[in-house]
Design a protein around this ligand. Structure first.
Ligand SMILES: [Zn+2]
Length: 93
C-alpha cells in the first residue's frame, strides 16, 4: 500500500520540528554557559540570572549584561525557527 502524500509530509514536519527544537535547546545551553549575564545578589550573595533578587538590584558579575535569560531564550527560539523555515523551503520549495 502506498503512503499518501499527506502522511509523508506529516512525518517530515514532526521530524524537522523535533530536530530544530534540539538545535534551539543546544544553542540555548551554549549561550547560557558562555555569554549569558550572571548577577550577584547584594543581599544573599547568590549568583543569579535576574537583575533583581531579594527585593534589591543585583551586581553584574559575568557574561554580557544585555544577554539576560529571556534574551537568550528569545535568540535561541528565533534561530531554531528561522533555520527550520529555511530548511523546509529548501526541501519542499
Ligand atoms: Zn538574594
Amino acid at each position: 500500500m502506498l503512503l499518501g502524500f499527506g502522511q509523508s509530509m506529516g512525518f517530515h514536519n514532526i521530524y524537522l520540528d523535533f530536530c530544530w527544537r534540539i538545535v534551539g535547546f543546544i544553542l540555548d545551553s551554549f549561550l547560557g554557559a558562555t555569554v549569558q549575564a550572571r548577577f550577584t545578589c547584594q543581599v544573599c550573595g547568590r549568583i543569579v540570572e535576574k537583575r533583581s533578587h531579594c527585593g534589591r538590584e543585583t551586581d553584574h558579575s559575568s557574561g554580557l549584561s544585555i544577554m539576560g535569560n529571556d534574551f537568550v531564550n528569545f535568540i535561541s527560539s528565533l534561530f531554531g525557527a528561522t533555520i527550520a523555515v529555511l530548511f523546509r523551503f529548501s526541501l519542499y520549495g
